[in-house]
Write a protein that binds this ligand. Sequence first.
Ligand code: ZN
Length: 139
Amino acid sequence: MNFIHKTYRPETDVKNYHVHLYYDGGTKLHAANLRREIDRRFGKQVEFGRWRDLAPQGPHPVSHFQVTFPTELFEILVPFLALNRGGLHILLHPNTGNGYEDHTTNVMWIGPSIPLAEDWMQRNQKRMQEAAEEMVADN
Ligand code: ZN
């Protein structure tokens, strides 16, 4: 076997994480209850995005809200969401400053995945990059 030299990104490239909790008319109440419980348990460490009923929006194909959380909370919040997601599909991605990559090759899912709007992301790579750089600079 011929190994190739590859540059691996260190995990320290991750500044924080997002989870996007996807919901529809049938799961919005559960999403609201879960949001309240996340706030009760982790409210001091996380930052909530607003409810985004309108869909699709950006790369997100269905209604959602996002939660930003620090790397230290990963091992606590991720299992909590896995055990309590109910029927929700939850997109989990790191924020490394590369917005396109963070929403494509770097994504993880809690529950079954939903295809993101790849065509939108292709068209808006520059915009995603600027937003990602701003987000990392804010932290
Ligand atoms: Zn995100």
